[in-house]
Design a binder for this molecule. Sequence first.
Ligand code: 5GP
Length: 212
Amino acid sequence: MSSSSGFIVVIAAPSGAGKTTICREIEKRRDDVVYSISATTREKRINEKDKIDYYFKTKDEFEEMIKENQFIEWAIVHGNYYGTPKNSIKGLIEENKIVIMDIDVQGARSIRKEFPDSSVLIFIMPSDIKALKERLLNRKQDNMDTIKKRLHNAKEEIEKIGEFDYIVINNDLDKAIDDVDGIINSERLKIFRNEKLIKKFKEDLKNEERIL
Ligand code: 5GP
């Protein structure tokens, strides 16, 4: 088991930039990564499953969860509620896990505020607006109005890129996944995330000196 401490990786991007696929692939590739399943009031898409893709909730249920303080953060995105349940996120971090979450820019900001030292914010960019539009149209999940709303939001989200730590361009999915994987590896190796290991090494050195 690693003795470094865990952290949260927030993946944010305009819709259609491929962030859900990236999160899921990273989760498959690494056994130290856990995907945080959000709750939402948006309608379930044909290919989605409750409790796997999202916890699908009614508006009343979601508002009840807000009242009961069950979210680390929540936001209204494209007219629907979305939120990150508290679950065991803090516990997972203490167990050295990396919690990956696919949330919007407002959510990213809340996570940074709540976990200033334990959050890494990655912004995924499509190669260009044409690619983004094509991806939204090709996935045939949303109607034209929704697509328009999502493109409009993309403009506002890109304005907030300065609040992020890293940018990953998703021209080529495999390359983007490798980039996120590389960021996670580097973050794992930061000195301040390895204090326990360093402390133990120092103590062992002291003991060794005593014996000699
Ligand atoms: P979609 O409806 O396409 O699955 O997601 C719409 C947007 O909501 C995406 O930008 C996604 O990252 C964001 N989102 C999903 N879950 C959460 C969450 O728990 N909190 C916040 N703030 N945004 C979320």
